[in-house]
Design a protein around this ligand. Sequence first.
Ligand code: FAD
Length: 472
Amino acid sequence: TTHVIWLRNDLRITDNKALHAACSDADAKVVAVFIATPGQWRQHEMAPRQAAFIHANLLQVQQALAARGIELVYHQCNDFADSLTWLVDFCQQRQVTALFYNRQYEINERQRDAQLEQQLAGKVVCHSFDDSLLLPPGSVLTGNGEMFKVYTPFRRAFIQRLMESDVRSLPAPPARGDVLPLAEPEKFNYPQAEVGAAYPAGEEAALQRLRAFCREQVQDYAKQRDLPAIAGTSSLSPYLAIGVLSPRQCFNRLRAECPEVLENPESGAFCWLNELIWREFYRHLMVAHPALCKHRPFIEWTDRVTWKADDKALLAWQQGRTGYPIVDAAMRQLNQTGWMHNRLRMISASFLVKDLLIDWRAGERYFMSQLLDGDLAANNGGWQWAASTGTDAAPYFRIFNPTTQGERFDPQGTFIRKWLPELAGVPDNDIHQPHRWAEKQQRALDYPQPIVDHKQARLDTLAAFEAAKRGG
Ligand code: FAD
């Protein structure tokens, strides 16, 4: 018997359900497969940085498997359709008896897997697993058997369910043979990019970060998580997004360090668990409402908002040249590192939609094209939240003021100065409105004037949403 484990968004060997199951028969020959689909990634607008991160982590998985005598076959083709053709053929050539994979929940991925199972029916037994979530989609429902539309009751039901579930992490498979030689996977046929030293590849690096965060930082998470000048969050999202780390590993490590996490909702540990549950919420939601994968807003009337087609303003936002320091610093952090602090994702998304009145989908796409942690469900959920088009969204009349948000969350302007060196000489009190200061000082600033007046923009946006709500 030959088992194939098809690796996709689960680039790790510990706590990998499909890999564990594929290796559970000690007599079976196990072969791992990874198929790069750069054409598909282009369609999904995956950031080149994320592709580079996948490549670096693939290499680590390949080494870890080779050390256990498991071959990893790497193939590169164009899109999902091509990957199926190749995989079906591969199964035939290698006389594969069973195929193991961890489920992905986006619509194209689900269609691909359904087609694969159809094509292999009667020839290869397929085993699939819910691995990238603490609890499977569809397992946390309202009393009427529906997916929750509001987060807080979802969380309540989720925690109840979590306490009843076995979410122990699985060990890495034991060695099955001699160490195999390595042939480094060829580069992806995708724009090349650097990942940066802040995110070393490999599950060991991810686990180390997780351990250190849960031991040393999680207690302060509730106090620090909204301050972008402080590294107060885990920075684990790039690893979670491509499955170098599993949410079970996160939860189990958290519980090992903070055994009372579930009983203590005021604690930093609970607050962090809450974020992991947001991640689950958006994925469960995407499965219950596949239209979310197709650029549809959850609240239908919001599709009637008349957005502005303002390419110049969109570009200024993308490049961090809006004249609003907290927004610009955030966008430059994104452009330079591929990661952005959560509070800043909320502020910059709100600015695009509510101050520039630009369609949230343009922002969603741009984020995806830059993010090292790009994840359809979390990104879409975050954008629809900020745009007031989603479930449990901020109501449309609640509009962030980018200046006061900056004052609140970066009071001394420490974060702003890090990313906008042109504002280095502006005093703390004026950092959020540097032109006001420059005028008083009769100085010239090499920094753009605000591209929009927030007060007026707010009124325009309210009017646009109200018109849409009334019926266009
Ligand atoms: P921590 O605060 O340490 O949280 C731990 C983990 O929980 C994160 O790694 C992440 O996996 C998950 N998480 C935290 N917050 C959220 C959230 N609000 N929604 C869903 N999951 C969450 N997250 C992504 O992983 N990929 C994205 O593409 C993405 N796009 C976003 C777009 C917008 C407009 C907004 C508002 C949020 C987005 N988020 C996204 C959620 C969040 O900003 C990031 O997960 C977080 O900033 C990652 O940093 P961290 O690992 O230090 O998080």
